[in-house]
Design a protein around this ligand. Structure first.
Ligand code: PGA
Length: 251
């Protein structure tokens, strides 16, 4: 009942030419795929061009961040309205690189998630533990806190707009994927928590992606888990062949 959802997070990669080549390559390779929702999230400055290259394709456009105010004196920031204006449907929020490199807090991420939903965007809301937190047996506590704080003040109806992405920080960009078992275990915990927050019916409808060194060769195994509804893909989303292969595996 949950349609799989694969999103590519291009992070601070590509240039204009490369971004367009990636977009048009994916458009060709994925034409006709309709059993999987697919999105790509390029850097802000390439959103409009990539959106144009993807027009009349089945690939949606997403951004990697937003600022929660609608407009005003916030030098260097980008609002949800601006993202909608250039054709974005999705926005990644709370990514571990924003939490740990740029210092974003649960409170700020919560403001952003609410602003995204209110502005008609679909947040891909990321959570995940650090290696030392996993080793200290604190994975459930850390991830639960992030989910509760990040989704605070959101009612069940609005929660349906959210995709949660579980991304263990130790697996991001390291080549160390969580095992299918480790992913399923945390996904099931997150779904149970979403059930407490929003009711079992809503929790059953919400998609939970896995992210962290997801690649063509581990896609099938990860996606075979009952609570893994999709993937948030970094490195492998920068290669047409790899990302297309992952979508096709799921399709
Ligand atoms: P990775 O990144 O696939 O390169 O590990 C995933 C992410 O950070 O979303």
């Amino acid at each position: 009942m949950r349609k799989p959802f694969i999103a590519g997070n291009w992070k601070m990669n590509t240039n204009q030419r490369g971004a367009l080549a990636l977009a048009s390559g994916l458009k060709d390779r994925l034409a006709g795929v309709d059993t999987v929702d697919v999105a790509v999230c390029p850097p802000f400055v390439y959103l409009a061009a990539v959106g144009a290259a993807l027009s009349s394709s089945n690939i949606a456009l997403g951004a990697q961040n937003l600022y929660h105010e609608r407009n005003g004196a916030f030098t260097g920031e980008i609002s949800g309205d601006m993202l909608k204006d250039v054709g974005c449907s999705y926005v990644i929020l709370g990514h571990s690189e924003r939490r740990h490199i740029l210092g974003e807090t649960d409170d700020l991420i919560n403001k952003k998630v609410r602003a995204a939903i209110d502005g008609g965007l679909l947040p891909i809301f990321c959570v995940g533990e650090l290696l030392e937190e996993r080793e200290a047996g604190r994975t459930h506590d850390v991830v639960s806190e992030q989910v509760k704080n990040g989704l605070e003040g959101i009612d069940a109806e609005r929660a349906l707009a959210v995709t949660v992405a579980y991304e263990p920080v130790w697996a991001i960009g390291t080549g160390k994927t969580a095992t299918a078992e480790q992913a399923q275990e945390v996904h099931a915990m997150i779904r149970a928590l979403l059930g407490e927050l929003f009711g079992a019916d809503v929790a059953q409808q919400m998609r939970i992606q896995y992210g962290g060194s997801a690649k063509p060769n581990n896609t099938a195994e990860l996606m075979a888990n009952p609570d893994v509804d999709g993937l948030l893909v970094g490195g492998a989303s920068l290669k047409v062949e790899d990302f297309a292969a992952m979508v096709q595996t799921v399709a």
